[in-house]
Design a protein around this ligand. Structure first.
Ligand code: SF4
Length: 195
């Protein structure tokens, strides 16, 4: 059985908060979602709000970050309706901004490594990861570097490595990655935002 928001208010008024609605055979998922929304809007009203700009692309959409004054933590990020560029709207990347904060329990926080042909993930430290990446890049580039093309023209390019940018790379990081990739002679450089 489903319950509407109006039904929820009537039901909570009738049975009081001490009684679990599920015991009445009601589907309380919408009720929970609505209660969460109510809680969130209450917190939003009491929050410190800070405006900022999305870092992901040159559109430069405005964001409002709501900070819980008690914990000092951001608990909501949404489009700024008063911003002249986006007027409150955000693309999927901007709309997912909150998931980049520490509130997202699924964020990757450690290095996980799986050996070639291995089946298990192993936990490693960043020194291991960076040394291994550097080794593989050097070895691959040394083998695949092309100084001159078939016509004898100098091209100095590395065709054996490609770089594919992540959706969580911002403008400045994209610039750095492109400069680094070009310096290595890479020609296959792309970014998730183009897909
Ligand atoms: S919300 Fe989307 S369109 Fe706006 S600046 Fe961020 S990435 Fe660009």
């Amino acid at each position: 059985m489903e319950i509407t928001r109006r039904g929820f208010l009537i039901a909570t008024g009738a049975v009081g908060s001490g009684v679990a609605l599920s015991t009445l055979g009601l589907n309380i998922d919408p009720v929970r979602a609505y209660a969460d929304e109510l809680d969130k809007s209450r917190r939003l009203r009491a929050a410190k709000q800070v405006v900022t700009t999305c870092c992901y692309c040159s559109v430069g959409c405005g964001l409002i970050c709501s900070v819980d004054k008690t914990t000092g933590k951001i608990f909501n990020i949404e489009g700024d309706p008063e911003h002249p560029i986006n007027e409150g709207s955000l693309c999927a990347k901007g709309a997912g901004f909150f998931d980049l904060t520490e509130a997202n329990k699924h964020r990757l926080t450690k290095v996980l490594y799986r050996k070639p042909y291995g089946l298990e993930w192993e936990e490693k430290d960043w020194d291991f990861a960076l040394s291994r990446i550097a080794r593989l890049v050097k070895d691959t580039r040394d083998k695949g570097f092309v100084e001159r093309n078939a016509k004898g023209e100098r091209v100095n390019r590395c065709e054996s490595i490609g770089h594919y940018g992540s959706s969580n790379v911002d403008n400045e990081e994209c610039w750095l990655i492109t400069v680094k990739s070009r310096a290595l002679g890479l020609v296959y450089i792309d970014h998730q935002a183009r897909v």
